[in-house]
Design a protein around this ligand. Structure first.
Ligand SMILES: *Cc1c(COP(=O)(O)O)cnc(C)c1O
Length: 382
């Protein structure tokens, strides 16, 4: 629950809007810095989690690099003060225009996801007489045990280069003089709350790192991606995830050589719990099992429940009622999947009440859409 003071402040704004708690964001960033610097690890912020310019500004000031998955994200990072030399660019479908732009900007590294992509970057770099720094994004076949839409490191997923392709890649690279292989990249999925998949990832990274060394590639960069999950059920009790345990796990289980640097790409765990979607109840309507509370925010503002059956804690921040009743919390959009939660226990809720949908800082505002010709979503930070 928010403090009384915060609740009053939030009720002064026109809904729906995203509220970002900058105090919590600063604290989270400072914990990440403290814990990662113990081991000299490098952290990139995964832009796709949230590109609200006010958030990006704070993240940049904390000294993070940028992990981008589109040309426009690379552009956004550069325009907002991230150093070109600290930008990495991943994605299975980089277009020629995006690659050309990133080449012109001399970004730090392309994380390459297929053999054909290596050939295309080589060709485009050749036309510019440049040498592009690349890392191979490898599919380590590690199950992240997360929702199937956000698992990325299994053989059946579209991401990365599979180990059975390594021989071909190594042969290919000999004839691609406009590429310089500098590292290995991994990213197994998102919202991983049990650390054991990361432990398995370390084992796979060690094997693959040794394999490349034996083939004559002593690579300076090992990038293990992101994916650390947050506590959607208790956003107040565990507002900041256990970064100490996370970074220590890598320290304990990954075998990197003295000349190698370990990189991370964190998105959700940086911004997820700092954001809430604030909405008002438009109508209360009787249903067969539970009543509906119809909000002025819907899947056009926050699509995670509709897209991944994601759970978000929902609170009534204006009711002073004591009696608890169950509501299906739904939005105004013409889709049955436009539902934030079923049988949610709230104090008696009325038209005009303010509802907070918590932990919406990551993959929330960035995924908002204009479906039903909705207004652009606003944000408030304090
Ligand atoms: C999305 C993504 C991340 C960040 O994932 P989180 O779960 O938000 O930490 C990191 N690296 C790559 C390549 C990604 O696509």
């Amino acid at each position: 629950m928010f403090s009384q003071e915060k609740k009053i402040q939030l009720q002064k704004h026109k809904t729906p809007f995203y509220f970002y708690d900058f105090g919590l964001l600063q604290k989270t960033l400072s914990v990440i810095n403290t814990e990662s610097k113990k081991y000299n690890y490098h952290v990139h912020y995964a832009f796709k989690a949230n590109t609200n310019l006010k958030i990006i500004e704070v993240v940049k000031n904390s000294g993070f690099g940028a992990d981008c998955v589109s040309g426009n994200e690379v552009k956004c990072a550069i325009e907002n003060g991230f150093k070109n030399s600290e930008i990495v660019f991943a994605g299975v479908g980089k277009s020629d225009d995006e690659i050309n732009y990133a080449l012109d900007q001399n970004i730090f590294c392309f994380n390459c996801e297929s053999i054909q992509e290596l050939e295309v970057i080589n060709e485009l770099a050749n036309l510019k007489s440049k040498v592009a720094q690349i890392a191979l994004r490898i599919n380590p076949n590690v199950d992240a045990y997360t929702h199937k839409y956000i698992t990325t490191g299994l053989e059946e997923n579209k991401f990365g280069i599979n180990p059975y392709e390594f021989e071909t890649v190594i042969e290919k690279l000999k004839n691609l003089p406009h590429l310089k292989l500098i590292g290995l990249h991994f990213h197994i999925g998102s919202q991983i709350t049990d650390l054991s998949p990361f432990k398995k990832l370390c084992t796979r990274v060690n094997e693959i790192n040794n394999y490349f060394l034996n083939k004559g590639f002593d690579l300076p960069i090992i990038n293990v991606g992101g994916g650390l999950g947050i506590n959607y059920h208790e956003p107040d009790n565990e507002a900041i995830v256990d970064f100490e345990a996370y970074f220590k796990l890598f320290y304990d289980f990954i075998e990197i050589r003295k000349n190698q640097q370990l990189h991370f790409e964190l998105g959700r765990s940086v911004v997820g719990n700092c954001g809430s979607l604030i909405s008002r109840v438009l109508y209360i309507k009787n249903g067969i099992n539970t009543n509906f509370a119809i909000l002025d925010a819907g899947m056009t503002e926050l699509i995670r429940p509709a897209l991944y059956q994601a759970f978000h804690k929902i609170e009534n921040i204006s009711s002073i009622e004591e009696e608890i009743v169950k509501y299906d919390i739904v939005g105004p959009i013409c889709e049955s999947s436009d539902c934030f939660g079923k049988a949610v226990e709230l104090p008696i809720t009325k038209r005009g009440d303010f509802i907070a949908i918590r932990s919406a800082g990551a993959y929330g505002e960035v995924m908002s859409s204009k479906y039903n010709l909705r207004d652009d979503v606003r944000s408030v930070c304090f």
